[in-house]
Unconditional design. Structure first.
Lengths: 449, 307
């Protein structure tokens, strides 16, 4: 009668290899690396960068037709969101599956490194070549002195705002607020003008990761501050780590969010902006480009998170990249690395941008190729600010079990900052108890300088 | 060279041996089924037990012991999940009483009873994810239900049905009751269709009213099916509500709708902790075994009453 529970656990056995295998060198690359046959690539991205599938299939066709890989053809298979990780982990357990695997960035890729599913890239790609890939992006999957993920495309995350609504509220549409007080004043004016200032959805929990990434790192002086509580160096408490909850609570208490935040999923919240009910929404760069295409450049603008904090990262660029990895069990690692290099060739990067709007985090990507206002504006901001996407540096259970419920309860009438802090601390304690190998992995995590 | 006669003599079975061989035949006949059951049930359960008391060691290898149970038992999320499963148990008496009453009404062949039976049974044949998605729209703060209430000038009754952490589990509860009701009604109606109508005629002659007939004829006659339905529904509330929660709330808001299955799923598939998931599954299994034992005791009592 307990078939679902039992099956879940039993299938889970297949889905989760030993964590410490990675620490013990599970990603060894000295296996026979030039096995022939088909090179299998499991990729994702169509969901957040529409056009990715067409690009990928076209790029693979060209690669095969040009005979770039003498040992065999490449075959690329688009993965579903829900099974991206479970299918890969099952394949990794069986040590049979893709040679190249797409993963979401930061800890969402490193988790699989720690499970022993990924091979380090340093032995496969020349350092001089790796150095041409954006350093901030590489930092997200650099662990224990080695590069594990190759940044594939940027997924920078910002706020889209409606310039016309700004105008109607007597705000400067070309100069969105950068500091907290200006932000509060702008939201107050927008509310007074009869629109919903901030349109978001939090029912499906994803907003938690966005809000902490927008506001949670603003008292940090370096990216390393994000890792410290998980290494056990400091408590997750005090103004530095939990101070951001007060500004968020202020936004809620002042009624700046739509009243059905907890009824709507993330994308439903963003739709409030698209149908011009809300003046501002959280969004990823490709989506903001989509809004701009639909509503016009005279209506849609992009802004970064206003600064409330006092740290060196108070004003930051929300840079994040998704990655491609070479699997630890692949017998074709060198061929896999060769294919990854191909994807970073200028013509291929341009083709990807033209097809999907996805930007390669690579110094060889020519900014002159950018063809939308949003992309140009973000590209201009990027070099001027330190880059961090907080979500990529904490373990996922911390977000799911602490950040998300903590923030969701702030939206409840009886919500309090103290309860949110308690939930986050509790989530860290549970993670430390249940995942000692990950705690150990955090202790070995030194950031790329 | 042996003649057929010699061969027959040689294979003749001793009377004592024949009895023994005949005794083995039932075992041979059930062997394939036993083998299938062993593969389908015994092996997974044995593996589950093994996984629940194993965990990856810090220095490699495998550790054995109760450490997985020690890790999950203090988890507040586990407590919250258990509490929510218990809350869902409260749906069972409601489901049972309403299903028995509706089945009795339909059994009396009220006008249009076939239509009502179909309407009541319809939700049961719909896929849970479809129901979950539809209800997550209906129950939105600005969804259909609240819109109807507003139009009826009942704005004071509008709520954020799935967004309020105090209400969300009860909203899921209500959807489960709505969907599962049809099964109970059809089950009870099937049992009622075999009842001897002369019992009701005799009761009427003795002056028994509707309520007395219901209490003293219908309910006792339905007792074995009620007992089966209650046990099945309790086990469903324990280990078959994942779909509703996953689709409608994902465990939120504020972890207020977590159930044990969702926790098992997350530990196994998202956190890569199959051993913790196995420990949780063992706890669910133990709970289900207790329920089945209670059912077994009840069944014997009912059989004694009937006998």
């Amino acid at each position: 009668m307990n078939s679902i529970g039992a099956s879940a656990a039993l299938l889970g056995v297949a889905a989760a290899p030993g964590l410490l295998a990675a620490c013990g060198g599970g990603g060894s690359t000295n296996a026979a690396s030039d096995a022939g046959g088909e090179l299998l690539v499991w990729y994702w991205g169509e969901q957040e960068a529409p056009g990715m599938k067409d690009f990928f299939e076209g790029a693979v066709d060209k690669y095969n037709q040009a005979g770039r890989d003498k040992a065999g053809d490449v075959r690329a298979v688009l993965q579903e969101s829900d099974t991206l990780y479970t299918a890969f982990r099952t394949a990794a357990k069986a040590k049979k599956g893709p040679d190249v695997q797409y993963l979401w960035g930061g800890t969402q890729a490193l988790e699989d490194v720690w499970m022993g599913n990924i091979a380090p890239l340093n032995d496969l790609l020349p350092q001089t070549w790796l150095d041409k890939v954006d350093k901030d992006a590489r930092r997200e999957t650099f662990w224990n002195g080695e590069q594990w993920g190759l940044p594939f495309y940027e997924l920078n995350t910002a706020w889209a705002y409606n310039k016309k609504m700004f105008e109607r509220a007597n705000l400067d549409p070309e100069n969105p607020p950068q500091q907290w007080d200006d932000f509060i004043a702008a939201l107050t004016a927008l509310k007074k003008s009869g629109v919903v200032p901030l349109g978001v959805g939090f029912k499906d929990a994803w907003l938690g990761g966005w809000l902490i990434s927008y506001f949670g790192a603003q008292n940090f002086d370096s990216v390393d501050d994000a890792l410290a509580p998980f290494r056990g160096d400091v408590e997750f408490s005090g103004e530095k780590y939990v101070g951001w909850l007060e500004p968020v609570k202020e936004l809620i208490d002042r009624g700046f969010f739509n009243d059905d935040v907890l009824s709507l999923d993330l994308y439903q919240g963003e739709q409030l902006f698209e149908i011009q009910k809300a003046a501002i929404t959280n969004s990823a760069q490709p989506q903001i480009v989509g809004f701009q295409r639909k509503l016009g450049t005279d209506t849609v603008g992009v802004m970064l998170s206003p600064a409330w904090g006092q740290g060196k990262l108070a004003r930051f660029f929300p840079g994040a990249s998704q990655v491609l990895t070479v699997t630890s069990f692949s017998p074709r690692k060198d061929r896999a690395a060769q294919f990854l290099q191909y994807l970073h060739e200028p013509a291929v990067m341009k083709a990807m941008y033209d097809a999907s709007g996805a930007i390669s985090p690579d110094t060889r990507f020519d900014p002159a190729w950018l063809n939308t206002d949003v992309d140009k504006q973000m590209a201009k901001l990027k070099p001027t600010l330190p880059s961090i996407w907080y979500q990529y540096y904490y373990p996922f259970p911390f977000e799911r079990d602490g950040v998300t419920p903590g923030l969701q309860q702030l939206f409840q009438p009886q919500g309090s900052v103290k309860t949110a802090v308690d939930m986050m601390q509790q989530a860290i304690a549970t993670w430390q108890r249940e995942q000692p190998a990950q705690v150990d992995a955090y202790k070995k995590w030194t950031l790329l300088g | 060279m042996t003649s057929p006669l010699t061969a027959r003599r040689a294979t003749r079975i001793h009377p004592g041996q024949g009895a023994r061989a005949r005794g083995l035949i039932p075992y041979l006949l059930i062997a394939p089924a036993a083998l299938v059951l062993g593969v389908v049930f015994a092996y997974p359960v044995a593996s589950l037990v093994k996984e629940s008391v194993s965990s990856p060691g810090l220095m490699g290898g495998t550790e054995h012991g109760l450490q997985n149970f020690a890790a999950v038992l203090p988890d507040p999320l586990f407590h919250s999940a258990v509490l929510n499963n218990l809350r869902l148990f409260l749906a069972v008496p409601v489901l049972t009483v309403v299903a028995v009453l509706l089945a009795t009404l339909l059994f009396e062949r009220v006008r249009g009873w076939r239509f009502y039976r179909s309407i009541i049974f319809l939700p049961y044949v719909l896929a849970v994810p479809v129901i979950g998605i539809v209800f997550s729209y209906i129950l939105q703060r600005n969804g259909l239900l609240n819109e109807v209430l507003r139009n009826l000038h009942l704005s004071a009754l509008t709520r954020d049905w799935l967004g309020d952490s105090g209400l969300a589990i009860w909203s899921v509860w209500a959807v489960i009751v709505w969907q599962q009701l049809g099964f109970g009604v059809v089950l009870f109606l099937a049992r009622l269709s075999s009842i001897d109508l002369s019992l009701y005629e005799a009761a009427e002659l003795d002056g028994a009213g509707w309520w007395q007939q219901f209490l003293h004829i219908t309910v006792p006659y339905l007792a074995p099916v009620i007992e089966f339905f209650v046990t099945l529904s309790l086990i469903n509330m324990l280990s078959w509500v994942f779909n509703y929660v996953f689709v409608m709330t994902g465990g939120g808001p504020v972890r207020s709708t977590y159930v044990l299955e969702l926790l098992i799923y997350q530990k196994a598939f998202r956190d890569g902790l199959p051993n913790l998931a196995a420990a949780l599954s063992m706890l669910v299994l133990a709970f289900a075994v207790v329920l089945l034992s209670v059912q077994s005791v009840l069944r014997r009592r009912i059989e004694r009453m009937e006998g």
